[in-house]
Write a protein that binds this ligand. Sequence first.
Ligand code: UT7
Length: 326
Amino acid sequence: MSQIRSHIVGTGYSLPAKILTNDDLSKIVETSDEWISTRTGIRSRHVANDGEYTSDFCVKAAKMALANAGLTVEDIDFVIVATVTPDNTFPSTAAKVGKILGIRSGVAAMDVNAACSGFVYASQIADNMIRLGQIKNALVIGAETLSRIVDWTDRNTCVLFGDGAGAAIFQASEEQGKNTDRGILSIKIFADASHYETLCSDSGVSFNQKSGFVHMDGKEVFKMAIPSLVEGVESSLKLADLTLKDIDWYIPHQANARIIDSVAKKLEIDDSKVLVTVDHHGNTSAASIPLALAESIESGKIKKGDLVVMSSMGAGFTWGGMVVRI
Ligand code: UT7
């Protein structure tokens, strides 16, 4: 039976021009390129300059995605931004993006805070609205300026994170309702609030009127990240009635190359199918998956018709997975 599916018809990304290498960091805190690259796989990350905001990267990524989709802002009828680093406490960064882009009045706009799983969560919302026939074209963005909530005197955390944005345009399309269709074939999202304090901002607007710094029990997050990322892949593939043999690419949340290696090993996915950007992006939280997706489409690695599975894990804890035929 025919079915409406969300096709990803255009992707885009934006990174700050400023690059911070591991050697640059070793001048700020007591660390070394050797420690950072062997423990995390990160070699450099992009960091926003003064006067550059999350919305700036969203807008650039959105313009690229619109151009790649052959659409204009007039076509967009939903804007959703996944972020933990909004420009303002309110209104949403999605509203700011709408203002800058000139999105027409009446188009719904909202942010979603699901930390590193933000893009998968935002995709679930946009995809549901498309499949219900409520909207035709959604602008789905993951974006962060994590450099603003990192304590630059804490070597345990400041070496891990980066800034940037990735965007995708989801478009309603009539498909056959089979797992050979193009478009989003499944999404699964999860959370377990018992880990609320394991990875969190140490402050908050309601709590103490501050935005605070990233606070993390790295070892505990590391331990939980592996089974969560595995579950994201397995559950979304199962929902789509597909297996790992069917996939062309795996995009994991980009937090640490050692986590990615362990997940790929557990799932028995060949390294050649695993897309890794953590080396030059660092951990960009909600931006990490859409950045990797947009970069890999731009470079020609991911092609039309390829089957891509993605999985995420982050603060909350939140985790999830999605399967898309591009
Ligand atoms: O997006 C989801 C959120 N985040 C993650 O998924 C991150 C998950 N966790 C991790 O990736 C890892 O736990 C880290 C990369 C954060 C840390 O790696 P680790 O192998 O667990 O190191 P550790 O925290 O056990 O630290 C080992 C040593 C410590 O020294 P002592 O106590 O053994 O003397 C740290 O003080 O390394 C020290 N250390 C550093 N040394 C140089 C911690 N950070 C640094 C640093 N440079 N930047």
